[in-house]
Every structure is written in structure tokens, then in C-alpha cells.
Design a protein around this ligand. Structure first.
Ligand code: 5GP
Length: 179
């Protein structure tokens, strides 16, 4: 793992290593395999941030499952704009399906709340929420994700799918904004 990374005008320091991510993702996969035993879930990744987490999570899920990707745009720079736009790209009929939404991070919880409300209104059998990262101190919605990789402090992070103004998603490890 490199020491510090520089993206645009900011410096980030090492936070969660690639091996730590894989250990935790294997644990989340085991929980999902158990909870959804005998089901055939539809696993829905929220682009762009969840792409890498989704790929690794899918590899430890041993259930017969289908996958889909959606997009919600709500964030620019290092601070949440607080506005959640539309869900784009869901073509599947989710009525009667067991759905798992997969996100990179829950910060304020606005995106997760919006997605959960939107999905629940479409009559699925169940909706679960998996997030790699969760910042409980930033939360302003009453939501409780079903699967959380790591609870983290409210500092801005990049890497492993998460960007800072478009860059940093391809870093194998997760880095935190240097204070
Ligand atoms: P929320 O709606 O929970 O406030 O924010 C969710 C979205 O904000 C995430 O999907 C992600 O795109 C973005 N976000 C929140 N915190 C961070 C962070 O620390 N780093 C990055 N790169 N994105 C974040």
C-alpha cells in the first residue's frame, strides 16, 4: 500500500487495505448466503461507486442470483449536495423478488432512504441494503443497513470504487482525506 495519494488539490492517507476489504467482504457474503438460503435474489448495484465492491461481493455469494445496476446522482466534490435525483436504469420487474441493494457508502443516508422507499413501493418480497462503508455520525435518516462492511468516522474517503471529483476509484485500498 502506498503512503499518501494526491488527487486534484487534496492529500489522502491509507485507511483500509485491500486484504482487510476482502476479509470483511467474505464475512458479508457468508451472512447473505445464510440469510437468503433457498432464495434467488436480485442484487442491484448502485453505480458508479459500488462497481468494485459489487464485483467482489458477487464472487463470495453462492446463491443463484441475478444482477442489475442502477444509477443515482446526489454528490459532487467532498460535501453532499443533499439532493437526490432519479433512479436510472432499473428495467427488471422487482415485484415478488428478494432484492439486495448494494452501495459503496452511506453518509447522510438520503440516497439509501430514497432507494429503499422507491424499491419498497414496487412490491418486492423483501429489500435488503448492503453498504461497504457507513458513517453513523453523518446519518440524518432513520435507516438501518442490513449489511455493513465498516463503520467509519465522517471524514471523506476515496478508493475501491469511491472517487474524489472523478478520480481515485481505481485505487485498490481505501484512503481518508488527510486532516
Ligand atoms: P448519502 O446520500 O448517504 O449522503 O451519500 C451517499 C453517496 O454520497 C455515496 O453513494 C457516495 O457517492 C457519496 N459519498 C458520501 N460520502 C463519501 C465519501 O466519503 N467519499 C466519497 N468518495 N463519496 C462519498
Amino acid at each position: 500500500m502506498e503512503k499518501e495519494v494526491h488527487i486534484h488539490d487534496k492529500t489522502f492517507v491509507p485507511f483500509i487495505t485491500a486484504p482487510q476489504l476482502q476479509v470483511r467482504i467474505a464475512e458479508l457474503g457468508a451472512l447473505i448466503n445464510e440469510d437468503l438460503k433457498d432464495k434467488r435474489p436480485l442484487i442491484v448495484g448502485v453505480l458508479n461507486g459500488s462497481a468494485i465492491f459489487m464485483a467482489d461481493l458477487l464472487r463470495v455469494i453462492q446463491l443463484p442470483c441475478e444482477i442489475a445496476f442502477i444509477r443515482v446522482s446526489s454528490y459532487s466534490g467532498t460535501e453532499s449536495t443533499g439532493t437526490v435525483k432519479n433512479v436510472i436504469g432499473l428495467t427488471e420487474d422487482i415485484s415478488g423478488r428478494d432484492v439486495i441493494l448494494v452501495e459503496d457508502i452511506i453518509d447522510t443516508g438520503d440516497t439509501a432512504k430514497y432507494l429503499l422507499d422507491d424499491f419498497k413501493s414496487k412490491n418486492p418480497a423483501s429489500v435488503r441494503f448492503a453498504t461497504l462503508l457507513f458513517k453513523p455520525a453523518s446519518l440524518r435518516q432513520e435507516i438501518k443497513p442490513d449489511y455493513v462492511g465498516f463503520e467509519i468516522p465522517p471524514a471523506f474517503v476515496v478508493g475501491y470504487g469511491l472517487d474524489y471529483d472523478g478520480l481515485g476509484r481505481n485505487l485498490a485500498d481505501i484512503y481518508q482525506l488527510k486532516s
